[in-house]
Design a binder for this molecule. Structure first.
Ligand code: SF4
Ligand code: SF4
Length: 96
């Protein structure tokens, strides 16, 4: 059974206690930041997104540490996604 946590203080939400919830979202690759080809999924129109594996996470997530293994080359969207932002809180809570 999953227990829904609704009243988590914003300050309790940090990447160190989150299992990379935002790395299960679709991440479009808009600019070339050097993401290795093996982590890129290309659709029939040539659009590029981060490849997600069957477990739902981006293929670049280290499954043991939940850290990004291509941090220096992560896509622009990942750079812009802010810890503590509305979207972050939303993902964090929905993953619990
Ligand atoms: S940015 Fe937010 S959702 Fe993403 S890993 Fe950090 S706490 Fe989790
Ligand atoms: S590239 Fe890195 S930061 Fe971006 S979704 Fe994948 S693992 Fe997460």
């Amino acid at each position: 059974m999953n227990i829904v946590l609704e009243n988590i203080a914003d300050t309790d939400i940090t990447c160190s206690n989150c299992q990379a919830a935002c790395c299960r979202m679709e991440v479009m690759i808009i600019t070339d930041t050097g993401v290795p080809d093996k982590h890129i999924s290309v659709d029939e129109w040539g659009g590029e997104t981060m490849l997600r594996l069957e477990d739902g996470w981006c293929s670049a997530v280290d499954r043991d540490t939940f850290r990004c293994t291509i941090y220096e080359n992560r896509p622009w969207i990942c750079r812009e996604f802010e810890m503590g932002s509305y979207e972050c809180q939303d993902e964090f809570r929905s993953a619990k």
